[in-house]
Design a protein around this ligand. Structure first.
Ligand SMILES: NC(=O)c1ccc[n+]([C@@H]2O[C@H](COP(=O)([O-])OP(=O)(O)OC[C@H]3O[C@@H](n4cnc5c(N)ncnc54)[C@H](OP(=O)(O)O)[C@@H]3O)[C@@H](O)[C@H]2O)c1
Length: 332
């Protein structure tokens, strides 16, 4: 009998290392554990007690340095430290021959990002910033739906997030750890504006520090190739957390919290209203991880969705807004 070969490609499991075992790393593990074909092999965090507790919960080896982690049998590194160390660890990991998924914001500023991207390009490895919203089922479904039933060319985006109940010892409030509303929250809005309106051409920003070292509340409006955006981020007002995307014959509301999207309403000029509900599972980072793994296995060096150019556009917008608000990080 003639034997048919299987059309399914079987990959060996992706072996992950994690640097920085804090809040988001736990959520990453919730996502990773929901995906077959992935395993956590090694973890490293600045304090041994953090990494020991992490490994006790999720398995794998506890490493006592980033170098030890990078020398272990892993293919991919998830960098989940604070932005002050993202560039340094990304460069180390790429130089050690590992693919890198780095939490947002990928670096402190555009010059740092260019350094990382130069190393990434020379390495031939995959580098992606962990900007999660576009990978959620709702966001993907919305984009597919709008192809079939369009709202016309999009010319305006309004979005924001202000979360007033974050404890004051959170790194968002630390200048040394690159906190601030623009950097920690505004970067999501920067993504949304660039995704729907294209390349940024102008940035106008205002912000207040309210006695803190970082901006507690900032607003920025931006001009893009295809229109305008009005965006905000903050820590001392109770914001609504939704997003509005306006086209010529309809508009979309992505309901709160738009950065973890599960529901959207589309209102058309002709009076029709369409609701899209797509709940997410496993904390929501699973979709971004799966995308990263698919790219790795296809031998790609960047994501077509969170491309290197998208990362450049996002951080360049925050750099310009921070300059106008008057927020500088160490070494700037
Ligand atoms: N994608 C998302 O949905 C999302 C949500 C929240 C945050 N974030 C991003 O994720 C990043 C981390 O935020 P987080 O809320 O997880 O902060 P976090 O809870 O403070 O976690 C950061 C961890 O990094 C470790 N760390 C700090 N400096 C280090 C260093 N030099 N070397 C090794 N480990 C170090 C700390 O561990 P020790 O205990 O060992 O000191 C800490 O546990 C930020 O960039 C943030 O913007 C993303």
């Amino acid at each position: 009998m003639h034997k048919h070969s299987s059309l399914t490609t079987h990959y060996s499991p992706v072996k992950w290392g994690i640097i920085g075992c804090g809040r988001i790393a736990h959520r990453f593990m919730q996502g990773l554990n929901a995906l077959p074909g992935n395993m956590l092999v090694a973890s490293y965090s600045r304090r041994p007690e953090t990494v020991d507790a992490f490994v006790a919960q999720y398995g794998g080896e506890a490493c006592s340095s980033a170098e030890e982690l990078l020398a272990s049998d892993i293919n991919a590194v998830y960098i989940a430290t604070l932005p002050d160390t993202h560039a340094g660890y990304s460069i180390k990991a790429l130089n050690a021959g590992k693919h890198v998924l780095c939490e947002k914001p990928a670096t402190l500023n555009l010059p740092q990002l260019e350094e990382v991207l130069t190393v990434a390009k020379a390495s031939g490895l995959l580098f992606m910033e962990g900007m999660k919203p576009p990978f959620y089922p709702l966001y993907q479904k919305l984009k597919e739906y709008l192809v079939e039933d369009p709202i016309g060319p999009v010319g305006y985006v309004r979005a924001g997030s202000s979360v007033a109940d974050i404890s004051r010892d959170h790194p968002n409030f630390s200048l040394a750890l690159a906190g601030g509303a623009l950097m920690q929250i505004g970067i999501y809005e920067a993504f949304l504006a660039v995704d729907w309106l294209g390349k940024t051409e102008e940035v106008q920003a205002m912000g207040r520090f309210s006695g803190m070292e970082i901006d507690m509340f900032s607003i920025f409006q931006t001009k893009h190739k295809n229109g305008y955006a009005q965006l905000y981020g903050g820590f001392d007002l109770h914001g609504k957390g939704d997003a509005l995307i306006c086209g010529t014959i309809g508009h979309v509301t992505i309901h709160k919290n738009w950065w973890n999207p599960a529901k959207a309403t589309i209102s058309y000029l002709d009076g029709r209203v369409v609701e899209i509900n797509e709940p997410f599972t496993a904390g929501g980072l699973n979709y971004e991880i799966q995308h990263f793994v698919d790219l790795m296995q296809a031998g790609k060096t960047e994501s077509p969705i969170i491309s290197h150019e998208m990362s450049r556009q996002m951080i360049a917008m925050i750099d310009k807004a921070r300059k106008q608000v008057g927020l500088k990080y160490e070494g700037e």
